[in-house]
Design a protein around this ligand. Structure first.
Ligand code: URP
Ligand code: ZN
Ligand code: ZN
Length: 483
């Protein structure tokens, strides 16, 4: 019997800290050895001259979910995980979204049922908490956290989802007590509504006006406020889908004061701009997401934040609503005002390849940072480490071998989601994932699926240092236990 089920031989192995040439020996779905001249495996992959990274972890995905406007995402667990896998992602963390009045436990059970037997790759859940009532705060959330659902997203906007500052404090202090990670969507709801009403009343209804309503000060203000609320209860917080300079500056300022603030950005802030919402007719709706893409200068800031460590995580925020569809972007027709268009863009299949090609291969981002933000950091922040997110002995053999020479013109036709468009249509790039391995199995090659659905496994989150409070209360010692 051979020692290894597979050896990936002679590749340039990239981790979040080092890059070196080695063979990777895989046994029973795990990385069993890393070294030189490993014994022959049952199967062999020649990776000489090619880069090998950990499979991606996409830690911000909406699939099989009803949006705040009551619209289902186009992708369910089958199409969503197939698409992710074809783009070099081997773990998704998507949301189990509570809508008001719903039991959080029941919601989580429903998402489990919806994913079971459907996924191509391993998956975990965050929760979305929109109704932090007594039952949720007192019983359901603590019990779910104890079961390994240790992260949730909350919102400062969307009528159906937003929490008041008071409710945010309730949730943050619960996160502190139970060791959970709070992810926050930061935009000032009232200010956006005020601007939107004025724009619409004056006839400015086209998709491009979404960017003026969801302007940078509303993102900056809510980011600042949420960080202050987290400071009051002394708990870490993770600001999701940061779009540009102003929110980034708030995060830098907070970190300079020693606060534990984590940050995420997404492909739409690197590869789209606000001009993409100003395409002819209703086409701008294809690129409408919240916060929206900004200008070229902000794109450069976001690249800089990926390089210098401001961003911990690079996720897709895949929120797929078909364009030419009355259950998608055209929910209220092709002339709807921008407030009536479902928010979100797809991106989970292009997430890894675009950052690799446009970031690593063009010298904007080191290979180590690429690995850190796309795999290792999300694994560490969300308690999937040391099973996922690194190339090291004992980890799951979730690996990607890259083709740095493949010339690609991005098109919806090549993607494997359930969408009818990609916002990146026509983008020309060089570099794409080639072989994708999930627990040692070759599941995709050349951007096409090889595996069958149903092989993915659910991952409970384990413990992580990321959720530990600083132990630095703003209150005197004799009253701090009140919080
Ligand atoms: O526009 C977006 N990002 N839609 C998806 C939901 C969210 O806020 O992440
Ligand atoms: Zn959001
Ligand atoms: Zn989202």
């Amino acid at each position: 019997m051979k020692t290894y089920d597979r050896v990936i031989r002679g590749g340039t192995v990239a981790t979040a800290s080092d890059t070196y040439v080695a063979d990777i020996g895989i046994k029973d779905g795990k990385i069993a050895a890393i070294g030189h001249d490993l014994a022959k495996g049952e199967e062999e992959t020649d990776a000489r001259g090619r880069i090998v990274t950990p499979g991606g972890i996409d830690s911000h995905v909406h699939m099989a979910q009803v949006s705040s406007m009551g619209v289902w995402t186009a992708d369910d667990f089958e199409s969503g995980t197939r698409s992710a896998m074809c783009g070099g992602t081997t773990t998704t963390i998507s949301f189990a979204a509570q809508h008001r009045g719903q039991s959080l436990r029941k919601v989580v059970d429903e998402y489990h049922a919806s994913a079971a037997g459907k996924t191509y790759i391993d998956y975990a859940f965050h929760m979305i908490v929109s109704d932090p009532n007594e039952q949720v705060l007192g019983q359901e959330l603590p019990a779910l956290i104890a079961d390994g659902l240790t992260s949730f997203k909350i919102y400062t906007t969307y009528d159906a989802l937003k929490l008041s500052d008071r409710q945010i404090l309730d949730v943050l202090s619960l996160a502190r007590r139970h060791g959970a990670m709070t992810m926050v969507h930061c935009e000032n709801h009232d200010a956006m509504m005020w601007v939107a009403e004025k724009l619409i009343a004056s006839g400015r209804t086209r998709p491009k006006y979404h960017c003026f309503s969801h302007n940078m000060p509303v993102e900056r203000e809510a980011t600042h406020r949420v960080i202050a609320l987290a400071e009051i209860v002394d708990t870490p917080v993770l600001i999701v889908h940061v779009s540009g300079r102003e929110a980034m500056d708030e995060i830098r300022r907070a970190r300079a004061r020693g606060l534990k603030v984590f940050a995420e950005t997404c492909p739409q802030y690197l590869f789209l701009t606000q001009d993409d919402l100003d395409k002819s007719g209703f086409d701008g709706a294809m690129c409408m997401c919240s916060p929206p893409p900004r200008d070229k200068i902000n794109q450069e800031y976001v690249w800089q934040g990926l390089r210098d460590g401001l961003f911990d995580v690079y996720s897709s925020d895949h929120a797929p609503y078909r364009f030419n569809d009355p259950k998608g972007k055209m929910l209220h027709g092709a002339n709807a005002n921008f407030k009536k268009v479902p928010n979100g863009v797809p991106g989970l299949e292009v997430r890894m390849p675009l950052l690799f090609a446009e970031g690593v291969l063009k010298g904007r981002l080191s290979l180590e940072r690429f690995v850190a933000v796309s795999a290792t950091n999300p694994a560490k922040l969300y308690g999937l480490y040391p099973q996922k997110g690194a190339i090291a002995v004992g980890f799951d053999a979730d690996l990607v071998v890259w083709d740095a020479t493949r010339e690609v013109t991005v098109s919806q036709k090549m993607l494997h989601d359930a969408m009818d468009y990609t916002p990146y249509e026509g983008l020309k790039t060089t570099g794409w994932c080639d072989e994708v391995f999930s627990r040692g199995e070759l599941v995709a090659k050349g951007g096409n699926p090889l595996a069958k659905p149903g092989r993915g496994r659910y991952l409970a989150h384990g413990p992580t240092d990321a959720t530990k409070p600083l132990g630095r209360s703003i209150f005197p010692e004799d009253i701090s236990d009140a919080f």
